[in-house]
Design a protein around this ligand. Structure first.
Ligand code: ZN
Length: 334
């Protein structure tokens, strides 16, 4: 009996390579598709959350229950540097219909020091073909409400070149964090020109943290100008509570909302932009451990203020179809 068991373990460990236990990408896509269709059949507009910061401290079941209550079909589960990309594969194996294998965020010391080992591992992960997306990678980052990183990894730095080149080569999209100061736009624009095939999702659009230094991004028109210039540029939408102020400057940062005594609405200029270019926007929660209690509020804002105000076609694209195309390389089939 012992011999049989040993032989069985031998076969398991040595004959089947470890990734035999990981689903083929096509199989995985079918599972994701089924999950989205399940929500559609219930009359729920599914959301794909492209920006989740997984730090390993929130129980998986707790995240899943928030997803279920908010009609979030799938989460791009981006792990932090300490956990590494493999954590996302591990959790996808446990919950193949919820979590999308996503490569690490570039938001820690290794990334900001352009650590050679980190960048080599990043390249290996992207080329493995197992992942659907990567990042958020931080370029200029002001201190936020859950961390005090005041850093600037220029968008045209060597480390960022690695990310842009990998995305170009493989078609794997990535998230970028960059503060939209006028003087910081050229470094991004140079890279969008240099890597026209890179799929760049610039996070938190609809935000302005200082109208004196972010002049181009005071209005939807500033975003429109970039969209027209760069076909490879996408955005996820600002997640802050409408009307809330950025603590660093005291300005209300979510400029895509109109907040009045009557309530909160989507600003008509931004609505026009979303309807004109519905292919360029996606939804990300930007939820991390410290902000986990905001999950319902963030999703509720997107649903009841943004998506509800758009045509069905635009809302579906922004809620899940664009993210689907970015992660699978194919159009969503109804
Ligand atoms: Zn960010």
């Amino acid at each position: 009996m012992f011999k049989i068991l040993t032989a069985f373990i031998f076969v398991l460990v040595f004959i089947f390579p470890i990734n035999a236990f990981t689903l083929e990408k096509g199989e995985q896509i079918k599972i994701f598709q089924e999950r989205i269709r399940g929500l559609l059949r219930q009359g729920i507009l599914p959301i794909i959350d492209v920006e989740y910061h997984h730090g390993g401290k929130i129980e998986n079941e707790r995240l899943i229950s928030r997803m279920d209550d908010n009609g979030v079909a799938l989460t791009w589960l981006g792990p932090n540097e300490r956990l590494g990309s493999g954590e996302s594969i591990r959790l996808n194996e446990l919950y193949p219909d919820r979590f999308v294998p996503t490569i690490v965020h570039g938001d820690g010391k290794l990334w900001h020091n352009s650590d050679k080992g980190f960048l080599e591992k990043l390249a290996k992960d992207v080329k493995s073909g197992k992942y659907f997306a990567m990042g958020e990678f931080e370029a200029r980052h002001y201190p936020s409400n859950t961390n005090n990183r005041n850093v600037h990894m220029p968008v045209d730095s060597e480390a960022m070149q690695v990310v842009f080149a990998l995305s170009s080569e493989t078609g794997v999209p990535f998230l970028l964090h960059h503060e939209a100061e006028d003087k910081l736009l050229p470094e991004l624009e140079r890279m969008l020109v240099k890597y026209p095939k890179a799929k760049v999702i610039w996070c938190h659009v609809g935000r302005n943290r200082n109208p004196a230094t972010w002049k181009q991004f005071t209005k939807a028109d500033g975003v429109r100008a970039l969209i027209k210039k760069y076909p490879n540029l996408y955005f996820d939408l600002v997640q802050s509570r409408p009307g809330s102020k950025y603590h660093g400057t005291g300005y209300v940062e979510g400029i895509m909302y109109e907040v009045s005594n009557w309530g909160t609405a989507l600003d008509p200029e931004w609505k026009k932009l979303f309807e004109e270019f519905p292919d360029r926007f996606v939804i990300g929660s930007d939820i991390n451990t410290g902000r986990f209690d905001n999950y319902d509020r963030v999703m509720d804002t997107f649903r009841t203020i943004v998506l509800k105000d758009l045509t069905k076609a635009a809302a579906e694209k922004i809620a899940f179809k664009n993210a689907w195309k970015l992660m699978t390389g194919k159009e969503w089939e109804d």
